[in-house]
Design a protein around this ligand. Structure first.
Ligand SMILES: *[C@@H]1O[C@H](CO)[C@@H](O)[C@H](O)[C@H]1NC(C)=O
Length: 228
């Protein structure tokens, strides 16, 4: 895969590495893991040479806040040597495949103090010149809340508040409108009663559309008054 990417970039972009002799080593950049879990730290390399039988991989570890690195793993001559007295004693396993240029290791049962930088160096004789690559490991006690989740929650809360405000606004408007309506209706009804008493004749049944029209007319008048 890396070979393909490198070849493709050479062909498509005309990028020719400055040194065609030499080895480029790749690890991740940063890894997060949970306390007590296992993590695979991958290491691969690109070399213009065929994969040598004498390919070697070595991993060192530098704890956070420390200046010194310690060797925790070495592969060479077909044999994998693991840390047998350091902090990763019995916790490192070789899971790579040297013939596929893969020098990955597995760190088991992660401890709270495993935070630090893991550096992988590889050699593919006669390609031995290359810069080691480092990956930072952070061990968390619980699943860290990701930035995306926080952003999502904030957006959700803001949207929810907006919807609530809009709903309250329309509810208030609706209630106010209904109160005005019922007030004007009751006033209207009173007037009508007085009028009928004065006339002392049979009262024609109230036409609801007329009542409504009168009410809205009244509202209009009121709002006009308000404007003045
Ligand atoms: C390891 O790193 C994580 C993330 O930065 C931090 O929460 C934790 O406290 C660190 N552990 C130690 C022992 O410092």
């Amino acid at each position: 895969m890396l070979t393909f990417v490198a070849l493709a970039s050479v062909l498509l972009l005309g990028i020719v590495p400055e040194q065609t002799e030499g080895i480029a080593i790749y690890t991740g950049w940063e890894r997060h893991a949970l306390l007590g879990s296992d993590i695979r730290l991958s290491c691969s390399f690109f070399s213009w040479r065929m994969t040598s039988e004498d390919v070697t991989f070595s991993w060192t570890y530098r704890p956070d806040g420390s200046r010194d690195s310690i060797s925790i793993f070495h592969y060479g001559g077909g044999v994998a040597y693991v840390d047998n007295k350091g902090p990763f004693r019995d916790r490192v396993e070789f899971v790579g495949n040297p013939s596929r240029r893969d020098g990955s290791i597995l760190i088991k049962n992660l401890d709270y103090n495993d935070n630090g930088t893991f550096t992988c160096d590889a050699k593919n004789p006669p390609d031995i010149v290359g810069r080691p690559s480092s990956v930072r490991l952070l061990v968390f006690e619980k699943v860290p809340i990701q930035a995306g989740v926080i952003t999502g929650a904030i957006i959700g809360v803001v949207l929810g508040l907006l919807v609530l405000i809009v709903v309250i606004y329309y509810l208030m408007r609706f209630l106010v409108a209904r109160r005005v309506f019922s007030l004007s209706v009751s006033k209207h009804g009173k007037k009508k009663k007085e009028g009928s008493q004065a006339r002392q004749g049979p009262v024609p049944p109230a036409d609801p559309t007329k009542v409504k029209a009168a009410a809205s007319e009244k509202k209009k008048q009121e709002s006009r008054k308000d404007k003045k």
